[in-house]
Design a protein around this ligand. Structure first.
Ligand code: WT7
Length: 636
C-alpha cells in the first residue's frame, strides 16, 4: 500500500485513473472485512449517488483496534499530553485502547444507544474523546463531534439537525491558563433539544456542575457497571460512520456525512502515503503528532482513524502552542520524540513571532516529516518551518483537502515528491483534479488558474449532507454539472503543480477555521441595535484571514457608544456561534453598497477591508455610489 519512489507514484497514479476500481480494490483488500464487496464502485455525480465497496461488511474499529492486537497489542496506540506539563500524561497501548473503547461502547448501550442512533460529542482533547468516537463506531452509532469552542446555540443547532439521542461531554476543559465550562454550555443548549435523553459527563476540571436526575450520568460511575467485552456491530460499507458540521456560503452549517468503508480505506491510504508512515511490527512505531482538535475533520482523519487503521502511535495534545510559553510544541516534540508533526500555518506564523529563543534548547532531531494543513501556507512561514523546525532535513507536506473530501487530495508524498513552498503540488493517486472557468469550461494545459473541481470519485468523498440530500447536490455537484466543486480557486504552474489560492465563495478561513460570512452576519444581526451587516475577509498576518464587519446600527453611535456597541456585538457573536467567529474589525456605516436589485457588492467591501481603495472597479451599477465614499473614509 505504501508508495516508495516517484516512479511508483506515477505508476500508481496512472493505474488509479485507468482502472480506479481495480486500484482501490487492491488497497481495500488489505483491511479486515466481515464480508467482501460485490462491486467496488457505483456512482453518478448527478443525484449524486456514490457507493464504494458495495455490499461489503466491516466494522472500522475492528480494523483500527482488534486487527492489531495479535501483532502490536503492547505498542502505544495513543499518547496523551495534558494541557499542564506538570500533569502526568497517559499512554494507551492497542490492548488498553481496545479495552477502553469496548467499555465505553457498553456504557452507550446501557444508556439506550443502538445502531443508527446519533450521538453528539462535546469534549476536551482528552483520551476519552477518541475513545467516545471509537465507542460509537463500535456499535454503529453515528457520532457528531462538536468542537469544544462552539456556543450553546451552535451545539443545539447541530443536535437538532441530527436528532441526537445522547451527548457525551465533560464538566469543563483546560486551555492554557483558562478553565472553560462545558457542561454548563451543554445545559444551556439542551433547553432547546427535545431529542436528547441522556448526558454522559466525564470529570476533567472538577468544576461543580448541575446533574439532572433521569438525564445526566457520570461517565466514571457508568464505567463501573460494564465489562470490556463488546463485539463490534457489523456495518455495511455505506452505512454512516459520522456527521461533521461545516460552514458554507449560506447561514446554516451543514452536516457532512462520511460512511464506513470508503472513509476507512481513504484515510489509512493517505495517512500512510503522504506522511510515509511505516510501523514495522516489534519496533518502536514512529510518533505521529497532529495538532488539530478532534472537533475538526483533520482530527477525525489524522489523529484517530487514519493512524489507528495503520497501527500507528498517535499523539493527542490537550493544550495550546503558547502556554506555559511559546516553546510548548517543541517541548512536546522533544519529550515524546515525535517523528511526524502535522500542524497549521496559523500556528507556525504565531510561533514565528516569538523568535528562535523558544526553539533553541529543544531536541527536534526525532522529526522526520513536517505537515501543513487548513489554509495556504505563505512562503515565509514555509521557510521558517523548514529551516528552524525541520532543520532543512525534513520534507514538508502541504496537504490540501476539506471536511467534504474525508482525507488529503493534493499533497506531496514526503521525501518522494519534489516540493515547492506554498504549493500543495500533485494529486494523490485516485484524485482527478480539473480547473474550470466561470462557465464550467475546462481550462487545459499548464500555467493556468481557475476553479478547482474533481471529476471522479475517491473513496473518502462526501456522500450526503445529513437530512438534506438536495443541499449536497446544490452545493457541490450543481455549479458545474458532472463535477465535484471544491469552492477553491487554484493555479496550475508550468510543471503541473497545484497551488490553492483560497476560497472563491463566501467562506472565510480564519486561523484554519472555516466560517461562513452569512453565518457571522446572522449572528451580528441578532444584536438589538443592528439593522443590517455585511462581513468580508481581509489578509491577516497570523490568522491568514481576519473578519471585517460593516454594520448599520439603528442609531449611528458616537465614539463612546461605538466602543460599547462593538463589545456587545462581539459578545453576541460569541454567544451565537462561539469566540472563533468574533470579527476583528467592526465599522459602523450608514449604508451598504447595493446594486439596484438589492445585492450587496462584496467585491467593493473586500477591497476596502484590504486597504485597497485606489481602484474599486466599476461602481456605476450601485444604487447609491455616495455610500462608497463614506465607507472608504471610515475604513479601519
Ligand atoms: C478549506 C477546507 C481538511 C483540512 C482542514 C480544513 C482550505 C485546506 C489547505 C491547504 C490551502 C487549504 C481550503 C479548503 N485549505 N488545506 N493545504 N492550502 N488551502 O478543512 O474546514 O473543511 O476547510 O480549507 O480553502 O477548501 P475545512
Amino acid at each position: 500500500m505504501r508508495i516508495q519512489t516517484y516512479d511508483q507514484y506515477q505508476a500508481a497514479y496512472q493505474k488509479s485513473v485507468e482502472d480506479p476500481e481495480a486500484f482501490w480494490a487492491e488497497i481495500a483488500q488489505e483491511f479486515q472485512w466481515r464480508k467482501p464487496w460485490t462491486k467496488t464502485l457505483q456512482w453518478n455525480f448527478e443525484e449524486p449517488s456514490i457507493k464504494w465497496f458495495v455490499g461489503g461488511k466491516l466494522n472500522i474499529t475492528e480494523n483500527c483496534l482488534d486487527r492489531h492486537l495479535a501483532t502490536r497489542g503492547d505498542q502505544p496506540a495513543l499518547i496523551w499530553e495534558p494541557n499542564d506539563p506538570a500533569e502526568t500524561g497517559v499512554t494507551l497501548t492497542y490492548r488498553m485502547l481496545h479495552e477502553q473503547v469496548c467499555r465505553m461502547a457498553n456504557v452507550l448501550k446501557r444508556n439506550g444507544v443502538v445502531k443508527g442512533d446519533r450521538v453528539c460529542i462535546y469534549m476536551p482533547m482528552v483520551p476519552e474523546l477518541a475513545i467516545a468516537v471509537l465507542a460509537c463506531a463500535r456499535i454503529g452509532a453515528i457520532h457528531s463531534v462538536v468542537f469544544g469552542g462552539f456556543s450553546a446555540q451552535s451545539i443545539a443547532d447541530r443536535i437538532n439537525d441530527a436528532q441526537c439521542k445522547l451527548i457525551i461531554t465533560a464538566d469543563g476543559s483546560y486551555r492554557g491558563n483558562k478553565e472553560i465550562s462545558l457542561k454548563g454550555t451543554v445545559d444551556d443548549a439542551l433547553i432547546g433539544c427535545p431529542t436528547v435523553e441522556r448526558v454522559i459527563v466525564m470529570t476533567r476540571t472538577r468544576t461543580p456542575v448541575a446533574m439532572l436526575k433521569g438525564r445526566d450520568v457520570w461517565m466514571e460511575q457508568e464505567l463501573k457497571h460494564v465489562t470490556s467485552d463488546c463485539p463490534a456491530v457489523e456495518m455495511d460499507a455505506e452505512d454512516m460512520l459520522f456527521i461533521l458540521y461545516t460552514s458554507g456560503s449560506t447561514g446554516k452549517p451543514k452536516g457532512v456525512v462520511h460512511t464506513c468503508g470508503g472513509y476507512m480505506v481513504y484515510t489509512a491510504y493517505t495517512f500512510q502515503n503522504v506522511f510515509q508512515y511505516e510501523a514495522p511490527v516489534g519496533e518502536r512505531a514512529p510518533v505521529h503528532f497532529c495538532t488539530a482538535d478532534i472537533g475538526w475533520i483533520t482530527g477525525h482523519s489524522y489523529i484517530v482513524y487514519g493512524p489507528l487503521a495503520c497501527g500507528a502511535t498517535t499523539l493527542l495534545f490537550e493544550g495550546v502552542p503558547t502556554w506555559p510559553d511559546a516553546g510548548r510544541m517543541w517541548d512536546v516534540v522533544d519529550k515524546h520524540q515525535v517523528n511526524v508533526l502535522y500542524t497549521a500555518p496559523t500556528a507556525i506564523r504565531s510561533l514565528m513571532g516569538f523568535g528562535l529563543d523558544p526553539v533553541k534548547d529543544k531536541d527536534l532531531s526525532s522529526l522526520k516529516v513536517l505537515g501543513s494543513v487548513g489554509e495556504p501556507i505563505n512562503e515565509e512561514a514555509w521557510h521558517w518551518y523548514d529551516d528552524n523546525i525541520g532543520k532543512n532535513r525534513c520534507p514538508i507536506v502541504d496537504t490540501w483537502w476539506q471536511t467534504e473530501t474525508g482525507g488529503i487530495l493534493i499533497s506531496p508524498l514526503a521525501g518522494i515528491t519534489h516540493t515547492k513552498p506554498s504549493y500543495a503540488t500533485l494529486p494523490l493517486p485516485g484524485v482527478q483534479p480539473i480547473l474550470v472557468d466561470e462557465n464550467g469550461k475546462e481550462i487545459e494545459g499548464n500555467g493556468v488558474s481557475g476553479n478547482l473541481c474533481i471529476k471522479f470519485p475517491w473513496p473518502g468523498i462526501i456522500r450526503t449532507t445529513y437530512g438534506d440530500h438536495e443541499r449536497c447536490r446544490q452545493t457541490y455537484f450543481a455549479t458545474y454539472p458532472g463535477l465535484y466543486f471544491t469552492g477553491d480557486g487554484c493555479l496550475r504552474d508550468e510543471d503541473g503543480y497545484y497551488r490553492i489560492t483560497g476560497r472563491v465563495d463566501d467562506v472565510l478561513n480564519v486561523s484554519g477555521h472555516r466560517i461562513g460570512t452569512a453565518e457571522v452576519e446572522n449572528a451580528i444581526n441578532m444584536h438589538t441595535g443592528v439593522v443590517e451587516s455585511a462581513v468580508v475577509g481581509y489578509p491577516h498576518d497570523i490568522k491568514g484571514q481576519g473578519i471585517y464587519a460593516y454594520v448599520i446600527a439603528d442609531q449611528f453611535p458616537d465614539d463612546h457608544d461605538a466602543d460599547l456597541t462593538k463589545r456587545d456585538i462581539l459578545a453576541t457573536v460569541s454567544r451565537v456561534i462561539g469566540p472563533i467567529a468574533k470579527p476583528d474589525k467592526i465599522q459602523f456605516v450608514s449604508g451598504l453598497p447595493k446594486t439596484r436589485s438589492g445585492k450587496i457588492m462584496r467585491r467593493i467591501l473586500r477591497k476596502i477591508a484590504e486597504g485597497d481603495t485606489g481602484n474599486l472597479g466599476d461602481t456605476s451599477t450601485l444604487l447609491d455610489p455616495a455610500v462608497v465614499d463614506e465607507i472608504k473614509a471610515g475604513a479601519l
